[in-house]
Ligand binder design. Structure first.
Ligand code: SAH
Length: 390
């Protein structure tokens, strides 16, 4: 008998618009026999079945819906879901390097699988996925005949699920430094030591999109990490690129990446806090043709949105000040809470403060292997606006 969770009257609305989460304060009666990570059925106040999902009494997100049918949730179910996600990526031509599974957006709540040829970096960020980790490893081995799997569960969000942070091999050990091929360029990724799962696949298409905006340009690549944007800029014909990041290990890899692609003469790295660097460049009267801003998420919840808005506005204002007329600003936010309309409003205010204005020429998002599930707004996290200074 599958334990049942009955919702309070009227609390089914979000579920009915395809959102997959039930919060603790939306529940009328919990089945106390349900254990963390186990499967429960969710019913509305009139006891009508709405869906089936992972239960977690430790989390404010009490249930994460897996299916709206009465499917049996077992290894075969998970395998079909993972295969379906993989087949979609393959149909678009992704093969060696991509995100195979993007959590809720692929109907696999809390599961991330990134593929680096025959090696995999995974995260199980929900209790339900965590206790099924062995099954997931078996599935990856079955589908891909994996040479190695690494767990990057050193993610702070795990605490919200009552899970500890951990990382390590889920297969026999293998060299975790791998060369990623992206848009014909090569990048070192370290599955064990890099940020998140080792590489940011979500910016791949935005990296390629900068080509028309960097020819013969003096480019500032701010929050460069290992050079995703900067190395593309140099490759697409920038005359010089300054890549800045606060992380020395990231810049060390960037320099290796630059050499790997024969672009080291064009790229200078600066270890700095970008907020301070932009201030200094402004007071030195520096100027650029193209500036890329790709900061880490400034807000991880709604409460920090005001502060985050100010942070985004400050770096964008200073970047616009540094740009020549007709220059290009390529500006990103990977905070879901900074909704697209807030991001545009922030840009408008930032531009106004400089006395210049912008034409928006591209409004972009995360790469296609990170699909946005309608009804689950949280899956639309990355904004990338390309604008021209007028
Ligand atoms: N642009 C990269 C990804 C950037 S991730 C790409 O396309 O691959 C965000 C980066 O911002 C991280 O490398 C992090 O080290 C850096 N960072 C965070 N806070 C910073 C700060 N205040 N100043 C400079 N870099 C910072």
């Amino acid at each position: 008998m599958i334990p049942e969770i009955i919702l309070l009257k009227g609390e089914e609305d979000r579920l009915l618009t395809n959102h997959p989460w039930i919060y603790n304060n939306e529940i009328y009666s919990d089945d106390v026999s349900a254990e963390a990570g186990s499967i429960v059925d969710v019913l509305n106040s009139k006891k009508k079945f709405l869906g089936r999902g992972f239960y977690n009494p430790h989390s404010k997100i009490r249930v994460r819906i897996l299916t709206r049918e009465k499917d049996e949730i077992n290894q075969d179910f998970l395998k079909k879901r993972i295969l379906s996600a993989w087949n979609y990526r393959k149909s678009l031509g992704y093969n060696d390097f991509c995100r195979v599974v993007f959590s809720e957006a692929d109907y696999l709540p809390g599961l991330i699988i990134d593929k680096f040829q025959d090696y995999f970096s995974i995260q199980t960020l929900s209790f339900g996925m965590e206790i099924r980790k062995n099954e997931i490893v078996e599935i990856i081995n079955e589908i891909f005949d994996a040479k190695g799997i690494y767990e990057r569960n050193d993610a702070t969000v795990r605490a919200l699920e009552g899970l500890t942070e951990q990382k390590g091999f889920l297969s026999s050990e293998f060299p975790t430094e791998i060369i990623v091929n992206e848009n014909g360029l090569q990048f070192y990724a370290d599955l064990a030591g890099g940020q998140k799962t080792g590489y940011y696949f979500d910016q791949r298409e935005n990296h390629a999109a900068i080509e028309p905006y960097v020819k013969n340009a003096k480019v500032l690549d701010a929050f460069s990490y290992t050079g995703g944007f900067g190395i593309h800029a140099a490759h697409y014909g920038a005359s010089e690129v300054i890549s800045a990041d606060i992380s020395k290990p990231a810049l060390d890899i960037l320099q290796k990446n630059a050499k790997l692609n024969g672009l080291e003469k064009k790229i200078e790295t600066v270890e700095a806090n970008v907020f301070e660097l932009l201030r200094t460049l402004n007071s030195n009267g520096a100027s650029f043709d193209t500036i890329i801003l790709d900061p880490p998420p400034f807000c991880k919840n709604r409460a920090s949105l005001d502060q985050a808005f100010k942070g985004y506005k400050e770096i964008n204002r200073r970047a616009i000040q540094l740009l020549k007329k007709d220059g290009f600003l390529i500006t990103c936010s990977c905070s879901f809470h900074m909704l697209p309309e807030f991001f545009i409003e922030m840009l408008k205010e930032a531009a106004m403060n400089t006395g210049k204005n912008l034409q928006i020429i591209e409004s972009r998002m995360q790469a296609k292997d990170h699909p946005v599930l309608l009804g689950f707004e949280e899956s639309h996290y990355l904004k990338c606006i390309i604008a021209r200074v007028v």
